[in-house]
Every structure is written in structure tokens, then in C-alpha cells.
Ligand binder design. Structure first.
Ligand SMILES: C[S@@+](CC[C@H](N)C(=O)[O-])C[C@H]1O[C@@H](n2cnc3c(N)ncnc32)[C@H](O)[C@@H]1O
Length: 394
């Protein structure tokens, strides 16, 4: 499957070689846990995939996210924000978006919600290159004046009240990889990275005690422990990430949207090779060592772990459902019809209908993507989950 990937140009190749050389130096004396290798491949300052160069998002990039598919996606999220802003004792009219990518969702929300509905939009973006790109996206579409209600952050603020949105952020957190050694819960090798015959390769390393305990805990909740040889991932960073978010929230709603499953499905008997996936110019493949720094590396999210981490950090679980249900609960169909009224050509109407299908059909993004919501000092029902709540599956 990997052989058909397009070849990078000379500049991209040179960039990848610089990151590879750096990582080769780091694994020279001993193998590096895969989680650290993935951290560097994605976030090494100036060299990692999200921190430099390539276009990444949209048709000319490596992958397309829901905000890039259609402004209707931001329209539906705006409807959800409006409900919690307008509720009795609603949350303050602020949004904090984590990992804003090209800025498409920010643009859609700022367009849909004028200043009297959304007074401030903060973006926490680790990548200076993406921060610059987001600023251009917003100013080009909405003019310089939009900057009066937008700010960029490099770290979480001390306190936030409002709606927090993380779209496809958790899948981009570096993951631990493991291979079960035997059937006992937690009995597994940790996957580490070294160099063999000039290439980065996997090696087995001892699983640290804290990870063994965590894996055993997750396996104990399954119908059966995972068998020997079963390989998968464990996103050990998601819980501390959510806990640090929860710690600074006042009155707030958190919306996390990503591809993933409840734990029993993520670690199902058939999924014996895990969910790690790499994206390079719209080709998906499974070799994380191919062209370091030029490709995205992701893993599906354990939504049960997110629910445990959120409630463990004192948040209320407000709902969990598939993206299709959430968008339809936020009147995606009505939003699409309202746009179609203004279409001059039939092709424009067809394009909108196609966007709705991409966002909601089970074989497209509708069921692969899931939404989980938490409240901090807020526990009212969210319209996105009305009639579609799947919390019982977590
Ligand atoms: C797959 S992209 C999604 C971008 C955008 N949300 C979208 O849906 O188009 C992942 C984003 O998460 C960001 N990210 C990764 N770790 C993060 C963290 N700890 N805090 C905030 N953003 C993070 C990356 O920099 C990148 O912008």
C-alpha cells in the first residue's frame, strides 16, 4: 500500500532529511519510545509536520477536515454555541478553539456569530506557521476589524469561560503503541523506535509500570482481555490534556470532535493491528517512518477514556454521539436549505447537497466521527444530542 505514495520534491525531501538526521542522533544510543518519536515527527520546533512548511489542510494538502468540507459544519457548531450562550445562566459569549488548522472553523463561526453573539474568539495554536495562516484566512475574508475579537495563545489561559472546541485535535496527540505479550491484562511490550539497516524501525521495549497499570485497567473493562500478539495504541496524553483544560475552566462547555470509538469497539477482537494511520497528499497508509515531518500521523480516539478523564477532572458529561446526529440536532438540514435558496445555479445546489452527505453519511464522516461534550459549572442538555445521545455505549 505504501509503494504508491507520491514522491516529495527536493525541498520537502531536504526538510525530511533534516528531521530524520536529528531523530537518528536521538536514537543512536538507545531506542526512543514511539510516543516521543511521534511527538518529534509532528511537533519538533521548526521541523515537525505541524510546525513547518507543507500545506497539510484542504484539497491541495494531505487531508480534509470537516470545517474544510463545508461552512455548514461551522454553521451547525454556531447553532450549538448560540444555544448555550442564550440559555438561562448560559456560558459567556467566548470561544476558545484548540488547534485551529487552516482557520476554516474560526472563520465560519465568526461569520455566523456577529460580535453581539460572540464577543471573543481565542485560538490556542502551537504552530507559528499555522497561526500566521489563520490570521490571513480571517483577515482576507472578514477584514482587519475581525482582529478586534480574535486573539492567539501559545498556552492555555489561566481561566476561561465560554465554549471550548477541539476538532481533530485529540487524534493528533502522540500515542503509545503496545503489543500484547500474553493474555494477562497489562502484559505487553512497549513499541520503541530505533534505526536498523539505515531505516527507522520498531523494536520491543519494557512497558513502564504506570502504562502497564493503565493498560490493565482499560483491558479489565473489556469483555475479554486482549490476546498475545494484539497490537494497538494507548493515548496516554489525552487524560492529562483534558485535566489541564478542566482545571482552568470557569463556566464552560467543551466540545471534542474526532474520529474514534467507545473503548470496546476500539479494542475489538478484529482490530488486531490498531488504528495508527498516516496521511500524505490524500493517501492513507500505515508506515509512520515514511518521510518524517512530511506526513500526518494519527490514531483513533478512545472516547471512553475521554469520558473517564473528563468526569474524573470534575466535568459533567453532557453527551456523546456520532457527528451526523450532532449536526442534524443542530439543524444542518435547515442550514443547507437556507443556503440553497440563494443558489443561482443547480450545480451550487448539488454541491451543498454533496457537502451534507459527506458530513453525515455513515460511510463518510457521519459515523466515523464522534462528538463528546462536557460542562463546567453547566449541566443543561445540548440540542446536538437531543434524540441521538449514545452515552450508554461508552
Ligand atoms: C488534524 S489538525 C486539525 C485542525 C483543525 N482543528 C481542523 O479541524 O481543521 C490538528 C491540530 O491540532 C493541533 N494540536 C495538537 N496538539 C495540540 C495541543 N496540545 N493543544 C492545541 N492544539 C494542538 C495541531 O497543531 C493542529 O493544528
Amino acid at each position: 500500500m505504501n509503494a504508491s505514495l507520491p514522491e516529495p520534491d527536493d525541498a520537502a525531501r531536504e526538510h525530511s532529511h533534516r528531521l530524520s538526521d536529528l531523530l537518528r542522533g536521538r536514537v543512536a544510543t538507545r531506542p526512543m519510545p514511539f510516543v516521543d518519536w511521534m511527538q518529534a515527527a509532528l511537533y519538533e520546533p521548526g521541523l515537525g509536520y505541524y510546525m513547518a512548511g507543507a500545506r497539510k489542510f484542504g484539497h491541495g494538502g494531505d487531508f480534509i477536515t470537516a470545517p474544510e468540507v463545508s461552512p455548514l459544519y461551522a454553521g451547525a457548531l454556531a447553532a450549538q454555541c448560540r444555544q448555550v450562550f442564550d440559555a438561562e445562566r448560559g456560558v459567556p459569549r467566548h470561544v476558545l478553539e484548540l488547534g485551529s488548522g487552516s482557520g476554516a472553523l474560526a472563520l465560519g463561526l465568526l461569520e455566523a456569530l456577529p460580535a453581539d453573539e460572540l464577543s471573543h474568539y481565542a485560538i490556542l495554536e502551537l504552530s507559528p506557521e499555522l497561526q500566521a495562516r489563520q490570521r490571513i484566512t480571517l483577515v482576507d475574508a472578514l477584514g482587519e476589524s475581525v482582529l478586534q475579537r480574535v486573539s492567539w495563545l501559545d498556552a492555555l489561559p489561566e481561566r476561561f469561560d465560554g465554549v471550548v472546541i477541539a476538532n481533530e485535535v485529540v487524534d493528533a496527540l502522540p500515542v503509545e503503541r503496545f503489543v500484547k505479550r500474553g493474555p494477562a491484562p497489562g502484559d505487553a511490550w512497549r513499541v520503541a523506535t530505533t534505526v536498523g539497516q539505515g531505516r527507522f524501525v520498531d523494536v520491543q521495549a519494557e512497558l513502564p509500570e504506570s502504562l502497564r497499570v493503565e493498560l490493565a485497567r482499560r483491558e479489565t473493562g473489556l469483555a475479554e482481555p486482549l490476546p498475545g500478539g494484539y497490537a494497538s495504541e494507548l493515548n496516554a496524553l489525552a487524560a492529562p490534556w483534558l485535566a489541564s483544560l478542566a482545571a482552568m475552566l470557569g463556566r464552560a462547555v467543551v466540545l471534542i470532535i474526532d474520529y474514534g470509538y467507545p473503548r470496546a469497539e476500539l479494542y475489538s477482537a478484529e482490530r488486531t493491528r490498531g488504528t495508527l494511520a498516516c496521511y500524505y497528499r490524500h493517501r492513507a497508509h500505515d508506515d509512520p517512518y515514511r518521510w518524517p515531518g512530511l506526513q500526518d500521523i494519527t490514531a483513533h480516539v478512545d472516547f471512553t477514556a475521554l469520558a473517564e478523564a473528563g468526569t474524573g477532572a470534575g466535568l459533567s458529561l453532557l453527551g456523546y454521539t456520532a457527528q451526523a446526529g450532532f449536526l442534524l440536532g443542530n439543524r444542518l438540514t435547515e442550514l443547507a436549505e437556507a443556503r440553497m435558496v440563494h443558489c443561482v445555479r443547480e450545480t451550487e445546489r448539488i454541491a451543498i447537497a454533496q457537502q451534507v452527505k459527506t458530513l453525515t453519511l455513515p460511510g463518510e464522516m457521519g459515523e466515523r466521527f464522534q462528538v463528546i461534550a462536557f460542562g463546567s459549572d453547566y449541566d443543561r442538555a445540548l440540542q446536538g444530542f437531543a434524540g441521538h445521545d449514545l452515552t450508554h455505549r461508552l
